[in-house]
Write a protein that binds this ligand. Structure first.
Ligand code: G3H
Ligand code: 13P
Ligand code: ZN
Length: 319
């Protein structure tokens, strides 16, 4: 069942966070659905602009509509990750997405409000929900490069104003994370006080944490042992992720961890079986390993085991 992110957040708020996993291909799609069914968790599949242009956006859209048929018990949102206005409008018109993210966080406050409001109006008219962003993460966001040194945390008072002015349904806040496998170059940690303050000003409003991969040390060790060169890779601790989930962070964005599973599986596979060349052989291993990762992550997020109750609530809401 394809539902909006708002529908999922209504069930999750303050209790657990829903995993928002980026995918680009068939194997990630299978592993994700399998992992979420194995852990009985609702989830969000997200497609970036890069994913949409990797092969063809319609291939991904068709694949997800088909996944909904193959996994009739799954409850999930199809979400655009870090969209610009034109891409948001394209996704809203597609009839496939149930929510979009408009990322105008690099613009001035006023311009961000203006752009976000236009997307909210168009999305709400078609029943989609909208995630917006205020503040700037360190690292790389799609085409937007922001030096970690200049990363700006979200200002809680501005956030409250922004939510009111735009009518957005959830807000991605900058609280010290960054995208990619090399987070926290120094001793920085997460700024939970930002989440807490926004929670006080906007009670019940769903927040989103980007850059939330944990970059598991064991995964990095195995990648390096199989020929990789990923020195000093570091992510967000799982304790911090669980904590955020209980503070009103309803959506936790994870892309890099999935890439690490892919890299580890393929490096080890071709190291151990140098004579093989059938892409389906490592592909099958990847699907199983990615599903295992998803099961573990949904347990950390607290979404595992909530599928039946969310499905019942969604069915009731549709009546
Ligand atoms: O936030 C960015 C996501 O990790 C998507 O990455 O643009 O390389 O697909 P991508
Ligand atoms: P990671 O790079 O930490 O996986 O973050 C992904 C993300 O925020 C996608 O929007
Ligand atoms: Zn992001």
């Amino acid at each position: 069942m394809i539902v909006s992110t708002s529908t999922l957040f209504k069930q999750a708020y303050g209790k657990y966070a829903v995993g928002a996993y980026n995918i680009n291909n068939l194997e990630q799609c299978m592993g994700l659905f399998k992992g979420c069914m194995d852990s009985q968790a609702p989830f969000i599949v997200q497609l970036s602009k890069g994913a949409r242009s990797y092969t063809h956006k319609k291939l991904l859209e068709g694949m997800l509509k088909t996944a909904d048929e193959i996994f009739p018990d799954a409850v999930f949102a199809i979400h655009l990750d870090h969209g610009d206005e034109a891409t948001c409008m394209d996704c809203i018109a597609s009839g496939v997405y149930s929510s979009v993210m408009i990322d105008a966080s690099h613009e001035s406050f006023e311009k961000n409000v203006e752009i976000t409001k236009r997307v909210v109006d168009a999305a709400h008219a078609k029943g989609l929900s909208v995630e917006a962003e205020l503040g700037q993460l360190g690292g790389v966001e799609e085409d937007i490069k922001v030096e970690e040194a200049h990363a700006k945390l979200t200002n809680p008072a501005d956030a409250a104003k922004f939510i009111k002015l735009t009518g957005c349904d959830s807000l991605a806040c900058a609280i010290g994370t960054s995208h990619g496998a090399f987070k926290f170059s120094g001793t920085q940690g997460l700024h939970f006080e930002v989440i807490q303050e926004i929670g006080c000003l906007c009670p019940g409003f769903p927040l989103v944490m980007h850059g939330s991969s944990s970059v598991p040390a064991e995964e990095v060790r195995r990648i390096n042992a199989a020929g990789g060169k990923m020195r000093d890779a570091k992510g967000v601790s799982e304790a911090d992720i669980s904590k955020a989930g209980k503070m009103g962070v309803c959506k936790i964005n994870i892309d890099t961890d999935g890439r690490l599973v892919w890299t580890r599986v393929h490096r080890e596979f071709f190291r151990d079986f140098p004579e093989k060349f059938d892409l389906r052989d490592p592909g099958k291993v990847f699907i199983v390993e990615y599903a295992k990762y998803i099961v573990h992550k949904n347990q950390i997020l607290g979404s595992a085991g909530h599928l039946a109750e969310v499905r019942d609530a969604c069915k009731k809401a549709k009546k």
